[in-house]
Design a protein around this ligand. Structure first.
Ligand code: NIG
Ligand code: FE
Length: 412
């Protein structure tokens, strides 16, 4: 039997986010209601205009803010073990790259992930995904990349797909075997990429539609990244890149040349490179949490992205080293402050920006036809979650019209 419609009533502000481009995607309806049929939004409008004779289950949110579920377009949430011991190393003055070059960093997570069972990895990652939901994120891009062997990387992609089919979260898998040069390949990034081109890329289309690479001075060069990503494209795969995380290495121009879906990090990317990206419709996925956590003093120039008319997304980069979090909501006030964004720009970047970067038009907005993925906030106006930091303001979370998370907020 068809489920009864769900009628969400007395919404103080409903963020519909229905404009067609990055500079006008923000839209808000005051005193609103929303009707959901099946897993999609069927109607939005003023509460007083609810269609007469409509029958359904009513949910009264009592003047609260309702937004689309947040879209996190960049994470590495499938891994074993934390790296809390790096806090002490950083306090002693060792940089992210020094830790990696000494066989720590990504490579230490690789050792743990290789030896973890499927069940251990699934259990740890489910907990991270549950925390993501509880903090308002309903769509999560998730990269493989902590095994760095062909068989192991395919195992990780398979696990990501298992989590995707389990739900209730929406997951977008990305194949990122080119995440670091494994110890077996020593100082030979090219040899490692040859091995991936030959034995890995042809198998990827069964698991993911998009391939990513860490294109950064000291990891994979622009030349090697180009060859690898072109091989992926010749198999019908789409591409995206980690660029300019720790230095301006020219990766953004490569993203433009290849017509990538997005270029991510962009902490050191120049204004001209952002202009070329906007022109070529390559989204910029900026990760201010990582830049802040690594404390290298460079924030991505998000104003330049918007000034050039490009799509701007904010992601968490959730990973055990440079950004240990699942909470995109936590980053909203920091993005406003560090990137000099208005509340409207922050909301656009964590909803429609993410959906643009992932090529998923029916998430990140709430209008007829969109997935009914939404968050009821402990706030009555939309500026509040871009201002108030460090407290989880999420009250309830719905995916596909079904309530999947609830913060009781009870104190005894
Ligand atoms: O995006 N840059 C590469 N990958 C992650 C970090 C992964 C890690 O340190 O484990 C990033 O920052
Ligand atoms: Fe990353």
């Amino acid at each position: 039997m068809e489920k009864e419609p769900l009628i969400v009533r007395h919404i103080g502000q409903l963020l519909t986010m229905i404009g067609e481009n990055s500079s006008n995607a923000f839209s808000v309806l005051p005193d609103a209601a929303m009707v959901i049929v099946g897993d999609a939004v069927d109607w939005v409008g003023l509460d007083r205009d609810i269609p007469v004779h409509l029958q359904g289950i009513e949910v009264d949110v009592d003047g609260a803010l309702v937004s689309p579920g947040l879209v996190d377009a960049h994470t590495h949430l499938l891994y074993a073990q934390d790296r809390a011991h790096e806090v002490r190393m950083r306090a002693q003055g060792r940089s992210y790259m020094e830790i990696l070059e000494a066989g720590g960093g990504i490579l230490s997570t690789v050792r743990h992930t290789r030896s973890a069972s499927d069940e251990e990895l699934l259990r740890a990652t489910r907990r991270r995904l549950s925390r993501a939901l509880l903090s308002g994120t309903t769509t999560v891009e998730m990269k493989s990349g902590y095994d760095l062997t062909v068989a192991g990387e395919l195992r990780l992609l398979d696990l990501i797909n298992r989590l995707k089919h389990e739900g209730p979260w929406r997951i977008v898998p990305t194949a990122m075997a080119a995440h670091a040069v494994p110890e077996e390949f020593g100082q030979d990034p090219r040899g490692f990429l040859d091995y991936l081109i030959r034995d890995y890329l042809p198998k990827v289309p069964a698991f993911a539609e998009v391939v990513d690479i860490f294109c950064e001075p000291g990891v994979f060069s622009v030349r090697d990244s180009r060859r690898y990503l072109q091989a992926a494209q010749s198999l019908g795969l789409q591409v995206k890149l980690h660029v300019d995380e720790l230095a301006d290495g020219g990766g953004a121009a490569l993203a433009v040349e290849l017509g990538a879906l997005s270029a991510d990090h962009c902490a050191f990317t120049s204004r001209t490179a952002f202009e070329a990206m906007a022109e070529a419709k390559v989204a910029a996925v900026v990760l201010p949490g990582t830049a802040g956590y690594l404390n290298h003093g460079h924030m991505p120039d998000a104003r330049a992205v918007l000034g050039a008319g490009g799509w701007l997304a904010i992601g968490t980069d959730g990973n055990p080293g440079s950004s240990p979090t699942e909470s995109l909501a936590l980053l909203m006030p920091w993005a406003a402050s560090w990137l000099r964004l208005t509340p409207e720009e922050v909301w656009t970047a964590v909803t429609r920006g993410g959906s643009a970067a992932l090529g998923m038009p029916w998430v990140g907005r709430l209008d007829p036809g969109a997935y009914a993925d939404f968050v009821v906030w402990e706030a009555d106006h939309y500026a509040f979650p871009t201002y108030y930091y460090g407290t989880n303001l999420v009250r309830e979370v719905y995916v596909g019209g079904r309530r999947v998370a609830l913060n009781h907020g009870e104190v005894f």
